[in-house]
Design a binder for this molecule. Structure first.
Ligand SMILES: O=C(O)CCC(=O)C(=O)O
Ligand SMILES: [Fe+2]
Length: 330
Protein backbone atom coordinates (compact mmCIF):
# COMPACT_ATOMS: atom_id res chain seq x y z
CA UNK A 1 0.00 0.00 0.00
CA UNK A 2 2.88 2.31 0.84
CA UNK A 3 4.38 1.65 -2.60
CA UNK A 4 1.05 2.38 -4.23
CA UNK A 5 0.83 5.69 -2.39
CA UNK A 6 4.39 6.55 -3.35
CA UNK A 7 3.50 5.83 -6.99
CA UNK A 8 0.52 8.19 -6.73
CA UNK A 9 2.72 10.89 -5.23
CA UNK A 10 5.43 10.34 -7.79
CA UNK A 11 2.94 10.72 -10.64
CA UNK A 12 1.28 13.67 -8.90
CA UNK A 13 -2.12 11.95 -9.03
CA UNK A 14 -5.01 13.02 -6.87
CA UNK A 15 -8.43 11.51 -6.28
CA UNK A 16 -11.23 12.98 -8.46
CA UNK A 17 -13.98 11.81 -6.09
CA UNK A 18 -17.20 10.43 -7.52
CA UNK A 19 -20.97 10.60 -7.61
CA UNK A 20 -23.27 7.65 -7.13
CA UNK A 21 -23.43 4.71 -4.72
CA UNK A 22 -20.98 4.84 -1.82
CA UNK A 23 -19.48 1.38 -2.41
CA UNK A 24 -17.95 0.18 -5.66
CA UNK A 25 -17.28 -3.47 -4.83
CA UNK A 26 -19.15 -6.31 -3.12
CA UNK A 27 -17.86 -9.81 -2.40
CA UNK A 28 -21.17 -11.43 -3.45
CA UNK A 29 -21.42 -13.44 -0.19
CA UNK A 30 -24.36 -13.46 2.19
CA UNK A 31 -25.08 -12.55 5.83
CA UNK A 32 -21.97 -12.24 8.04
CA UNK A 33 -19.58 -12.86 5.16
CA UNK A 34 -21.00 -9.97 3.11
CA UNK A 35 -18.47 -7.19 2.53
CA UNK A 36 -18.77 -4.01 0.51
CA UNK A 37 -15.99 -1.50 -0.04
CA UNK A 38 -15.08 1.57 -1.98
CA UNK A 39 -12.21 0.06 -3.98
CA UNK A 40 -12.34 1.91 -7.27
CA UNK A 41 -11.27 5.51 -7.73
CA UNK A 42 -10.51 7.91 -10.54
CA UNK A 43 -7.19 9.77 -10.32
CA UNK A 44 -5.80 12.61 -12.41
CA UNK A 45 -2.61 14.63 -12.56
CA UNK A 46 -2.55 18.46 -12.68
CA UNK A 47 -2.29 18.65 -16.49
CA UNK A 48 -5.38 16.48 -16.81
CA UNK A 49 -7.25 18.68 -14.31
CA UNK A 50 -6.19 21.77 -16.19
CA UNK A 51 -7.24 20.25 -19.48
CA UNK A 52 -10.55 18.85 -18.29
CA UNK A 53 -11.48 20.99 -15.28
CA UNK A 54 -15.11 19.82 -15.33
CA UNK A 55 -14.35 16.10 -15.18
CA UNK A 56 -16.72 14.16 -12.97
CA UNK A 57 -16.64 10.48 -12.10
CA UNK A 58 -19.90 8.54 -11.84
CA UNK A 59 -20.33 5.10 -10.34
CA UNK A 60 -22.67 2.71 -12.17
CA UNK A 61 -23.56 -0.66 -10.70
CA UNK A 62 -23.34 -3.49 -13.25
CA UNK A 63 -24.70 -7.00 -12.94
CA UNK A 64 -21.83 -8.71 -14.71
CA UNK A 65 -19.04 -7.91 -12.25
CA UNK A 66 -18.45 -7.56 -8.51
CA UNK A 67 -16.98 -4.12 -9.29
CA UNK A 68 -19.03 -1.13 -10.31
CA UNK A 69 -18.01 0.77 -13.44
CA UNK A 70 -16.51 4.24 -13.07
CA UNK A 71 -17.49 6.58 -15.86
CA UNK A 72 -15.37 9.69 -16.41
CA UNK A 73 -17.48 12.46 -17.87
CA UNK A 74 -15.02 15.03 -19.15
CA UNK A 75 -17.43 17.95 -19.35
CA UNK A 76 -19.38 17.30 -16.20
CA UNK A 77 -22.43 15.96 -18.07
CA UNK A 78 -23.37 12.43 -17.38
CA UNK A 79 -23.05 10.19 -20.41
CA UNK A 80 -25.80 7.58 -20.76
CA UNK A 81 -24.70 4.08 -19.86
CA UNK A 82 -27.21 1.34 -20.20
CA UNK A 83 -27.09 -1.71 -18.02
CA UNK A 84 -27.19 -5.06 -19.71
CA UNK A 85 -26.21 -5.07 -23.36
CA UNK A 86 -23.31 -2.75 -24.18
CA UNK A 87 -23.24 -0.70 -27.35
CA UNK A 88 -20.79 -2.02 -29.94
CA UNK A 89 -20.46 -0.74 -33.48
CA UNK A 90 -20.77 -3.50 -36.05
CA UNK A 91 -18.83 -2.72 -39.20
CA UNK A 92 -21.45 -4.66 -41.20
CA UNK A 93 -24.05 -1.97 -40.39
CA UNK A 94 -22.17 0.32 -42.73
CA UNK A 95 -23.38 -1.68 -45.72
CA UNK A 96 -27.04 -1.62 -44.66
CA UNK A 97 -29.45 0.23 -46.97
CA UNK A 98 -30.51 2.84 -44.41
CA UNK A 99 -27.03 3.28 -42.87
CA UNK A 100 -26.46 6.72 -44.35
CA UNK A 101 -29.91 7.94 -43.39
CA UNK A 102 -29.52 6.71 -39.79
CA UNK A 103 -26.07 8.32 -39.51
CA UNK A 104 -27.26 11.62 -40.92
CA UNK A 105 -30.18 11.64 -38.50
CA UNK A 106 -27.90 10.90 -35.53
CA UNK A 107 -25.34 13.40 -36.77
CA UNK A 108 -27.94 16.15 -36.77
CA UNK A 109 -29.33 15.53 -33.32
CA UNK A 110 -26.67 14.17 -31.01
CA UNK A 111 -23.75 15.84 -29.36
CA UNK A 112 -21.02 15.20 -31.83
CA UNK A 113 -18.03 13.42 -30.42
CA UNK A 114 -14.53 13.93 -31.68
CA UNK A 115 -12.19 11.02 -31.28
CA UNK A 116 -9.00 12.15 -29.69
CA UNK A 117 -6.13 9.80 -29.20
CA UNK A 118 -3.57 10.46 -26.55
CA UNK A 119 -0.90 8.00 -25.73
CA UNK A 120 1.63 8.22 -23.00
CA UNK A 121 3.05 4.77 -22.79
CA UNK A 122 5.57 3.05 -24.99
CA UNK A 123 3.21 0.59 -26.56
CA UNK A 124 -0.32 1.36 -25.47
CA UNK A 125 -2.75 3.58 -27.21
CA UNK A 126 -5.33 5.10 -24.91
CA UNK A 127 -8.41 6.43 -26.58
CA UNK A 128 -10.53 9.12 -25.02
CA UNK A 129 -13.84 10.16 -26.46
CA UNK A 130 -14.36 13.83 -25.94
CA UNK A 131 -17.57 15.81 -26.21
CA UNK A 132 -15.76 18.59 -27.89
CA UNK A 133 -17.81 21.68 -27.12
CA UNK A 134 -16.82 23.91 -29.99
CA UNK A 135 -17.01 21.16 -32.54
CA UNK A 136 -18.61 22.47 -35.70
CA UNK A 137 -20.37 19.70 -37.56
CA UNK A 138 -20.98 21.74 -40.75
CA UNK A 139 -17.28 22.49 -41.11
CA UNK A 140 -16.38 18.86 -40.36
CA UNK A 141 -18.87 17.60 -42.91
CA UNK A 142 -17.56 20.03 -45.52
CA UNK A 143 -13.99 19.02 -44.66
CA UNK A 144 -14.83 15.34 -45.09
CA UNK A 145 -16.58 15.96 -48.41
CA UNK A 146 -13.67 17.91 -49.83
CA UNK A 147 -10.93 15.60 -48.56
CA UNK A 148 -12.91 12.68 -49.98
CA UNK A 149 -12.97 14.36 -53.38
CA UNK A 150 -9.26 15.15 -53.11
CA UNK A 151 -8.45 11.54 -52.17
CA UNK A 152 -10.46 10.33 -55.18
CA UNK A 153 -8.60 12.69 -57.51
CA UNK A 154 -5.24 11.49 -56.18
CA UNK A 155 -6.38 7.90 -56.63
CA UNK A 156 -7.23 8.61 -60.27
CA UNK A 157 -3.66 9.80 -60.81
CA UNK A 158 -2.23 6.78 -58.99
CA UNK A 159 -4.47 4.47 -61.01
CA UNK A 160 -3.07 5.98 -64.22
CA UNK A 161 0.49 5.77 -62.91
CA UNK A 162 -0.07 2.01 -62.60
CA UNK A 163 -1.16 1.89 -66.23
CA UNK A 164 -4.70 0.95 -65.22
CA UNK A 165 -6.80 3.85 -66.49
CA UNK A 166 -8.03 6.66 -64.26
CA UNK A 167 -11.24 5.04 -62.96
CA UNK A 168 -9.83 1.54 -62.34
CA UNK A 169 -9.26 1.90 -58.57
CA UNK A 170 -12.55 3.73 -58.10
CA UNK A 171 -14.50 0.94 -59.77
CA UNK A 172 -12.54 -2.07 -58.54
CA UNK A 173 -12.58 -0.97 -54.90
CA UNK A 174 -16.09 0.52 -54.88
CA UNK A 175 -14.93 3.96 -53.79
CA UNK A 176 -18.45 5.35 -54.20
CA UNK A 177 -19.15 3.73 -50.83
CA UNK A 178 -15.50 3.83 -49.72
CA UNK A 179 -14.83 4.18 -46.00
CA UNK A 180 -13.63 7.57 -44.81
CA UNK A 181 -12.82 8.26 -41.17
CA UNK A 182 -12.24 11.63 -39.50
CA UNK A 183 -9.79 11.48 -36.60
CA UNK A 184 -8.52 14.31 -34.42
CA UNK A 185 -5.32 13.40 -32.61
CA UNK A 186 -4.39 15.45 -29.60
CA UNK A 187 -0.96 15.20 -28.00
CA UNK A 188 -0.73 17.43 -24.90
CA UNK A 189 2.71 18.45 -23.59
CA UNK A 190 4.38 15.53 -21.88
CA UNK A 191 6.65 16.04 -18.84
CA UNK A 192 8.93 13.16 -19.84
CA UNK A 193 8.83 12.97 -23.63
CA UNK A 194 11.83 10.64 -23.79
CA UNK A 195 9.79 7.96 -21.99
CA UNK A 196 6.70 8.36 -24.10
CA UNK A 197 5.46 7.88 -27.62
CA UNK A 198 2.54 9.81 -29.16
CA UNK A 199 1.75 6.99 -31.58
CA UNK A 200 3.92 3.91 -32.05
CA UNK A 201 5.23 2.99 -35.53
CA UNK A 202 2.42 1.81 -37.78
CA UNK A 203 1.09 1.99 -41.32
CA UNK A 204 -2.49 3.10 -42.04
CA UNK A 205 -5.02 0.52 -43.20
CA UNK A 206 -6.71 2.34 -46.08
CA UNK A 207 -5.58 3.45 -49.52
CA UNK A 208 -4.51 7.01 -48.74
CA UNK A 209 -4.53 9.13 -45.59
CA UNK A 210 -4.68 12.93 -45.76
CA UNK A 211 -3.21 14.69 -42.75
CA UNK A 212 -2.92 18.28 -41.56
CA UNK A 213 -1.15 19.38 -38.38
CA UNK A 214 -0.99 22.49 -36.23
CA UNK A 215 2.63 23.45 -36.82
CA UNK A 216 4.10 21.52 -33.89
CA UNK A 217 6.44 18.87 -35.14
CA UNK A 218 6.31 15.25 -34.01
CA UNK A 219 5.45 13.15 -37.06
CA UNK A 220 8.23 11.01 -38.53
CA UNK A 221 8.20 8.60 -41.47
CA UNK A 222 10.52 5.66 -41.97
CA UNK A 223 12.67 5.97 -45.06
CA UNK A 224 15.46 3.52 -45.88
CA UNK A 225 15.46 2.31 -42.24
CA UNK A 226 15.88 5.86 -40.89
CA UNK A 227 13.31 8.09 -39.21
CA UNK A 228 12.75 11.34 -41.07
CA UNK A 229 10.92 14.36 -39.60
CA UNK A 230 7.85 15.47 -41.53
CA UNK A 231 8.01 19.20 -41.02
CA UNK A 232 5.00 21.44 -41.10
CA UNK A 233 4.36 23.08 -44.46
CA UNK A 234 1.62 25.75 -44.20
CA UNK A 235 -1.53 25.01 -46.20
CA UNK A 236 -0.25 21.62 -47.34
CA UNK A 237 -1.61 18.12 -46.88
CA UNK A 238 0.63 15.24 -45.95
CA UNK A 239 -0.48 12.17 -47.92
CA UNK A 240 0.37 8.75 -46.53
CA UNK A 241 0.11 5.61 -48.65
CA UNK A 242 -1.84 2.95 -46.76
CA UNK A 243 -1.72 -0.87 -46.67
CA UNK A 244 -4.54 -1.32 -49.19
CA UNK A 245 -2.68 0.67 -51.81
CA UNK A 246 0.26 -1.67 -51.30
CA UNK A 247 -1.99 -4.73 -51.62
CA UNK A 248 -3.91 -3.43 -54.66
CA UNK A 249 -0.74 -2.38 -56.52
CA UNK A 250 0.95 -5.70 -55.64
CA UNK A 251 3.69 -3.80 -53.81
CA UNK A 252 4.37 -1.15 -56.46
CA UNK A 253 3.27 1.46 -53.91
CA UNK A 254 4.48 0.76 -50.38
CA UNK A 255 2.53 1.80 -47.30
CA UNK A 256 4.55 4.22 -45.19
CA UNK A 257 5.51 3.40 -41.60
CA UNK A 258 5.16 6.47 -39.40
CA UNK A 259 5.20 7.37 -35.71
CA UNK A 260 4.57 10.42 -33.55
CA UNK A 261 6.73 11.95 -30.84
CA UNK A 262 5.50 14.16 -28.05
CA UNK A 263 7.28 17.15 -26.57
CA UNK A 264 7.51 18.93 -23.24
CA UNK A 265 6.18 22.33 -24.21
CA UNK A 266 3.45 22.45 -26.80
CA UNK A 267 0.21 20.64 -27.64
CA UNK A 268 0.23 19.00 -31.03
CA UNK A 269 -2.95 18.41 -33.00
CA UNK A 270 -3.37 16.51 -36.23
CA UNK A 271 -6.52 15.99 -38.27
CA UNK A 272 -6.38 12.77 -40.18
CA UNK A 273 -8.74 11.41 -42.85
CA UNK A 274 -7.95 7.87 -43.97
CA UNK A 275 -9.83 6.81 -47.12
CA UNK A 276 -10.24 3.20 -48.19
CA UNK A 277 -12.32 0.73 -50.20
CA UNK A 278 -15.90 -0.08 -49.28
CA UNK A 279 -16.04 -2.36 -46.25
CA UNK A 280 -17.34 -5.39 -48.16
CA UNK A 281 -14.71 -5.26 -50.91
CA UNK A 282 -12.27 -8.13 -51.00
CA UNK A 283 -8.98 -6.49 -51.90
CA UNK A 284 -6.22 -8.40 -53.64
CA UNK A 285 -3.53 -7.35 -56.15
CA UNK A 286 -5.03 -6.03 -59.40
CA UNK A 287 -4.90 -8.99 -61.87
CA UNK A 288 -3.49 -6.60 -64.49
CA UNK A 289 -0.41 -6.08 -62.31
CA UNK A 290 0.20 -9.74 -61.66
CA UNK A 291 2.12 -12.13 -63.83
CA UNK A 292 2.57 -15.78 -62.87
CA UNK A 293 6.31 -15.92 -63.65
CA UNK A 294 7.57 -12.37 -63.49
CA UNK A 295 5.31 -10.76 -60.93
CA UNK A 296 3.55 -13.27 -58.69
CA UNK A 297 0.79 -12.01 -56.39
CA UNK A 298 2.42 -10.89 -53.15
CA UNK A 299 -0.76 -10.63 -51.03
CA UNK A 300 -3.83 -12.79 -50.54
CA UNK A 301 -7.28 -11.29 -50.82
CA UNK A 302 -9.08 -10.15 -47.67
CA UNK A 303 -12.29 -8.24 -47.07
CA UNK A 304 -11.42 -4.67 -46.06
CA UNK A 305 -13.80 -5.02 -43.11
CA UNK A 306 -11.87 -8.07 -41.83
CA UNK A 307 -8.53 -6.33 -42.30
CA UNK A 308 -9.79 -3.35 -40.30
CA UNK A 309 -10.98 -5.66 -37.58
CA UNK A 310 -7.60 -7.38 -37.50
CA UNK A 311 -5.74 -4.09 -37.21
CA UNK A 312 -8.03 -2.62 -34.58
CA UNK A 313 -7.92 -5.72 -32.40
CA UNK A 314 -4.15 -5.69 -31.94
CA UNK A 315 -1.49 -3.21 -30.86
CA UNK A 316 -0.13 -0.89 -33.54
CA UNK A 317 3.11 -2.50 -34.60
CA UNK A 318 4.77 -1.35 -37.82
CA UNK A 319 3.43 -3.37 -40.75
CA UNK A 320 2.54 -6.44 -38.67
CA UNK A 321 -1.04 -6.40 -39.93
CA UNK A 322 0.05 -6.45 -43.58
CA UNK A 323 2.20 -9.49 -42.80
CA UNK A 324 -1.05 -11.44 -42.26
CA UNK A 325 -1.90 -11.21 -45.95
CA UNK A 326 1.64 -11.22 -47.36
CA UNK A 327 2.55 -14.25 -49.48
CA UNK A 328 6.17 -15.12 -48.89
CA UNK A 329 8.16 -16.12 -51.98
CA UNK A 330 8.51 -19.91 -52.19
O1 LIG B 1 -0.65 12.71 -35.56
C1 LIG B 1 -0.09 12.42 -36.62
O2 LIG B 1 0.62 13.21 -37.24
C2 LIG B 1 -0.25 11.05 -37.20
C3 LIG B 1 -1.50 10.34 -36.78
C4 LIG B 1 -1.61 8.98 -37.37
O3 LIG B 1 -0.68 8.43 -37.86
C5 LIG B 1 -2.89 8.27 -37.34
O4 LIG B 1 -3.88 8.76 -36.75
O5 LIG B 1 -2.96 7.17 -37.93
FE1 LIG C 1 -1.25 6.76 -39.03
Amino acid sequence: MRDFQLALEYCDLSDLGYRGPKFTWINCREDQAFIKECLDRGFANPSWREFFPETEIYVEAVTTSDHAVLIASLYGQRVGFSKGKRFRFEASWAVGKDYQEVCEHAWNRTLVQALCTVSYSRSRRIIYCINYKNYNREISLEYCKRTRELSKELLKGISMSLGLGDTYIENALNLESGLQILIANLYPPCPEPELAMGLPPHSDHGLLTLLIQNGISGLQVQHQSKWVNVNYIPNAFIVNVGDHMEIMSNGKYKSVVHRVFVNEKATRISIVTPFGPSLETVVSPAPELVHRETNAPAYTGMKYKDYLHLQQSSQLDGKACLDHVRILPA
